[in-house]
Design a protein around this ligand. Structure first.
Ligand SMILES: [Zn+2]
Length: 46
């Protein structure tokens, strides 16, 4: 996926979908892979 300027705050759902915890659905704002802040599961980029 090519990088693009974040000038459009709405409509970038695809960008953060892979940063959502599979276990609890929490949004992971850290760089992946990261430990889920809510449930502790490891979240990796798909
Ligand atoms: Zn989680």
């Amino acid at each position: 996926m090519p990088e693009s300027p974040a000038f459009e705050p709405v409509g970038d759902a695809v960008c953060w979908l892979e940063s959502v915890c599979d276990e609890c659905g929490a949004l992971i704002e850290a760089e992946l892979p990261a430990e889920c802040w809510r449930c502790g599961s490891e979240v990796v980029a798909s």
